[in-house]
Every structure is written in structure tokens, then in C-alpha cells.
Ligand binder design. Structure first.
Ligand code: NAD
Length: 294
């Protein structure tokens, strides 16, 4: 059984630390919220008023905090634990933080010969309770192998994301897509309501199309991802359809901020000569605007 320090006992950290305890690990905990600590000590965790004492002799030190500044603070701040880390210990940040801050933390620790990996989590606090989180492990293969037993006390699946810093980058990509899609979904549902359409019928239609299935696995694989921009459905037509939706929404006084921004992307693509290309060529347009293609 491993000796583990767990710092940050919120919505996620509290059940994650609880699951480590349940699997028989020796867990010492720290949080600025005393009630959160008491909940864990009642279950058998150790605690101490200083971070240095909490991490003493631990093989793994896990942080699960709201942001990168706090992760940096608990490690390198005035009361931080950096000087109390045991030799060969592995610091694992499971928070969702800015990837460049995560890189800086890893580089600062590595310069002191201290091991660090990023292992943010996917799914929700219900999964944290059930121990079924999706763990996006960003570390060397050796670090991931070393941590996998304890990570699997908190999650049901570990994805090796391909190297240090990749876990937090995949998390960012996943959250970008899912959070943006949430807003676009809200605009779609609102337009549906304004048109007096039953949502279940609209859903049934969208479940069979890229609207709900997404483009990565439907329209992209055989077209833009293969370099084939010949039109199955033209950018010009996609632009026209989006224009109709925006006009209808306008007449019904429904603002569609994301829809309008999307239409402008198609307008740009058309203006740059892509009107007769497949709608998946919007990827090439965005890559071009980002300086990734000539
Ligand atoms: P939370 O706000 O519920 O918990 C954060 C905990 O950190 C609190 O208990 C707080 O007291 C503690 N804390 C703050 N400053 C501290 C300090 N200086 N020293 C010690 N403890 C300190 O947040 P959460 O929902 O548990 O999220 C934690 C991380 O997990 C975040 O990075 C979040 O983005 C990520 N995440 C959350 C979810 C979710 O569904 N809630 C899902 C995936 C990832």
C-alpha cells in the first residue's frame, strides 16, 4: 500500500481521497477548509497543520486544486511543500490548469530532481464518488506505470496521452470542444423553442446527423482528413443554410452569437475562394487563418 498526500479536498478531491483510503492506502490530507479535512480524518486519513508535515515520507503527492496559481502556491509558496518532498516521490497534479503553468511547475520541479506528472480527469463529481473518472495521464511511461495502481483507485480508465504535459493539453482540447458545444447546443435548443418545434422531434433528426454525432467521425474522415475537398456538400450551400437560420432567428428575436460567428467563418472561406469546396474544408480555412498552412 502506498503513502499518499492529497491536497485539495473539494467536490472532486474529497471523494478521490476517500477512494484511496477505501482501497487501503495511507493517506494524509490538506485543505484550507477545516471541515473538508475533518470529513477525511473521520474516515481514517491523517492530517497536519503544515503542508511540509502532510507530504513527509509520501511516495505520491496529489494536488486537486481550482487553478495553476494555487498549485504553484502549495508547492513553491512560502508555506509550500517543495523542500519536504521525499526522494523518488512523484508529484501528480490532477487539477485542470493552464498547460503553460503546468509546464513551468514541471520544469521547476525537474530542475530540483523532483518527478512531476499531469493527470487531469474527465467526467464529473459523481464519477469521482464512484471511482470511475477518466484519467488523462501526462507523464513518462515509467511515471504512468508507477502511478497506475493508485490512479485506478480513483478512475476506471487511464489514457496515456503520450508524454509529459499532454494530459493537461488533451483536457484543454476536450473542454474547449465540450464547453463550446454546450453553448451552441443552447442556441440550437432556443431556436427550436422559438420555432414552436417539439424538441424531441428535432433531437431525433439530429441524432442521425453530424449535428449530434459530431463531424470528427462522420463528415471529416473521408473528406478533409484525406485531403479530398471535392464537394459532397459545398461551403456555398452551408453558408446559405446558416444564413437562413440566422435570418429566421433574427425575425424571431433570437440572438445566435455562436451561429453568427460560424457564419462569418464560412463567409471568409467563401471570400477566399473555397465556396465550391466541401464544407469540411472549413478546417483548412481555420488552419490557414492560424498560419498552419500556406
Ligand atoms: P472545489 O472548488 O470544489 O475544490 C477545491 C478545493 O481546493 C477546496 O476544498 C478548497 O478549499 C481547496 N483549496 C483552495 N485553495 C487551497 C490552498 N491554498 N491549499 C489547500 N487547499 C486549497 O473544486 P473541484 O470541483 O473539486 O475541482 C478541482 C479541480 O478539478 C479543478 O481544477 C477543476 O477544474 C477540476 N475538475 C472538476 C470537475 C467537476 O466536475 N467539479 C471535473 C473535472 C475536473
Amino acid at each position: 500500500m502506498a503513502k499518499i498526500a492529497f491536497i485539495g479536498l473539494g467536490q472532486m478531491g474529497s471523494p478521490m481521497a476517500t477512494n484511496l483510503l477505501k482501497k487501503g492506502h495511507e493517506v494524509s490530507v490538506y485543505d484550507i477548509n477545516l471541515a473538508a479535512i475533518e470529513k477525511l480524518t473521520a474516515l481514517g486519513a491523517a492530517s497536519s497543520p503544515t503542508l511540509n508535515e502532510v507530504v513527509q515520507g509520501c511516495e505520491f503527492i496529489i494536488t486537486m486544486l481550482p487553478n495553476g496559481k494555487l498549485v504553484e502556491h502549495v508547492i513553491f509558496g512560502e508555506q509550500g511543500f517543495v523542500n519536504a518532498i521525499a526522494p523518488n516521490a512523484l508529484v501528480i497534479d490532477m487539477s485542470t490548469i493552464h498547460p503553460f503553468e503546468s509546464d513551468q511547475i514541471r520544469e521547476k520541479l525537474n530542475a530540483l530532481d523532483i518527478q512531476f506528472m499531469d493527470a487531469p480527469v474527465g467526467r464529473t463529481s459523481d464519477n469521482a464518488i464512484a471511482g470511475t473518472l477518466l484519467i488523462l495521464a501526462g507523464g513518462t511511461d515509467e511515471q504512468i506505470a508507477k502511478a497506475s495502481d493508485i490512479l485506478l483507485c480513483m478512475g476506471s480508465e487511464i489514457i496515456n496521452t503520450g508524454g509529459p504535459g499532454h494530459g493537461i493539453r488533451v483536457k484543454l482540447i476536450n473542454n474547449f470542444m465540450s464547453i463550446s458545444l454546450n453553448a451552441l447546443s443552447a442556441e440550437t435548443a432556443t431556436l427550436c423553442e422559438a420555432l414552436d418545434l417539439p424538441f424531441d422531434i428535432a433531437m431525433r433528426v439530429m441524432q442521425g446527423t453530424p449535428a449530434n454525432k459530431g463531424h470528427f467521425t462522420t463528415t471529416w474522415p473521408n473528406k478533409v482528413l484525406k485531403g479530398d475537398l471535392s464537394p459532397a456538400f459545398m461551403i456555398d450551400l452551408a453558408h446559405k443554410d446558416l444564413g437562413i437560420a440566422l435570418d429566421v432567428a433574427n425575425q424571431l428575436h433570437v440572438p445566435l452569437a455562436m451561429g453568427a460567428a460560424s457564419r462569418e467563418l464560412y463567409s471568409q472561406a467563401r471570400a477566399m475562394g473555397r465556396g465550391k469546396q466541401d464544407w469540411t474544408a472549413i478546417l483548412e480555412h481555420v488552419r490557414f487563418c492560424s498560419g498552419l498552412t500556406k
